[in-house]
Design a protein around this ligand. Sequence first.
Ligand code: ADP
Ligand code: MG
Length: 457
Amino acid sequence: MTDILDNEKWDYEPFWSEAAKELSEEISSQEYETWFSNMTYNTSTENEIILSVPSSFYRDQVSQRFQKKIESRLYTLSGRNLKISFVIYPKRGKSKFTPEKSEKKTNLKIKSRAKHRQLNPLYTFERFIEGESNSFALNASLAISKNPGKAYNPCLIYGGVGLGKTHLLQAVGNDTYVSDPNLRVVYVTVETFTNEFIQSIKEKTGHRFKNKYRSADVLLIDDIQFLQGKVETQQEIFHTFNALYDANKQMVFSSDRPVSELKALPDRLINRFERGLNVDLQPPSYETRIAILNKKVEEKKFPIKNEIIELVCRNINSNVRDLEKALTKLVAYSQLINKEISTETANRELQEFFSKPEYLTVSIDSIQKVVADYFSLSPGELKGKKRTKNIAFPRQVAMYLSRTITEYTTTEVGLEFGGRDHTTVMYACQKIEERIKTDATLEPTIKLLIRKLKGNK
Ligand code: ADP
Ligand code: MG
């Protein structure tokens, strides 16, 4: 998201639009119509949004009534202390400037497409390469974008890490938003949803929170596996689902596993997710990997020999994110040495990627099972609250393995261990690393566990 800000220095219009929309939900429609319909976005400077208003009377009224509210919303939305100021423009006939309309105007002026503040503008359908492994999910997403709320509702896309779930969800968002910027497109990960929900309880702004999600035309919720065990967030999602479903609003979810494998979710929620269409993303075939990598090379505008592309695609077969990482490393390396990279160098530089792909499809679930089994515990105990030594140590081992042999981040690992904080995971990894140095039996144990996991994916 910082990318958007960097690319378009001082264009805070999306924040203004969003703040105005949020206010429109809070004040009466008459009040909104009176004061907001004659006010339009003019321009931005580093710390300021300049709005055009028809008169000084108008300016003073708006400033008195709404300036603080708008500025505090802008702060929440952008994380910056943006001030509002006004310029007076002569009234032009009948034309009214609503935030939506001014958005179109500005977009024409800067010749860019409508951008949505929660969406990565690079996650588009044009940049998504089709292959057998993703064709169903891609085509479902395309159909949804053409006909939100009508084609497949809800839709759930599931598949392992780095296979394009977030990309597709956001492509639906970008596409629907570009074709109609008046649509309320809301993208959120379960993690953010949960945090906002907790925050809204703390600040007693539950009403606003509900409004935000229940007034969406297109709601995209990423990584619903993290709903496991979060009872109140589940309830909130359940009610949001029902409200949107009844209103024929589009919902798309993603999960790293099929719904049937989601645990600690109430049946009524499982039932909702299974409604509509469930499509999966598989790891890409060799041919698809080549096509994807060629596309990424083209986007990076950096020449890489075919031979190297083939080398990378032969050796990395787990997911697209790893293909991208390998490419980034190659490009960085050849920029550093300032010449085209040889196949030998590529082979050497990418060893770290080549040696571990077989681990990458291991789930945290299976790590918990294998580790619990080894230490004669239950997976539930590893995820549970008890901190007695006989549980705490195996838990640290399981966290360490989750971090070192899978792609999950410390935050994700923490969530899978009963919603623990990412710092707990970092601490566990540090502890185990230290202990490997002093306890000669630990490393063989870790190796044994990894061997078990390889045979037990
Ligand atoms: P997930 O959410 O499933 O973990 P992402 O959507 O974050 O995966 O995808 C990881 C990276 O791989 C992203 O940069 C995405 O753009 C890229 N990617 C995944 N699938 C494709 C594809 N079919 N074509 C092009 N890029 C892809
Ligand atoms: Mg994702």
